[in-house]
Design a protein around this ligand. Structure first.
Ligand code: 9UX
Length: 69
């Protein structure tokens, strides 16, 4: 199955931030692909990672993240 999870991000102000967040999320175990939208402040993550590990990776990169319902 191809599950998609969404995060709401904070702290991104430019396109390079988008690249930084994507680079942080991609190597997390279980992530198949990630798409960050600067205007929407969302990250769409395909695959089956532990979402708390994804959130921690974003925070380690200097941004905020929470699960978007
Ligand atoms: Mo842009 Mo983001 O100059 O951390 S890279 S603000």
């Amino acid at each position: 199955t191809n599950n998609v999870q969404q995060l709401l991000l904070s702290g991104m102000t430019c396109a390079s931030c988008v690249a930084s967040v994507e680079k942080a999320i991609k190597p997390v175990a279980g992530v198949e692909s990630v798409n960050v939208n600067l205007a929407e402040r969302t990250a769409l993550i395909a695959g089956s990672p532990n979402i708390e590990q994804v959130i921690q990776a974003v925070k380690d990169a200097g941004y905020g993240a929470e699960v978007s319902e």
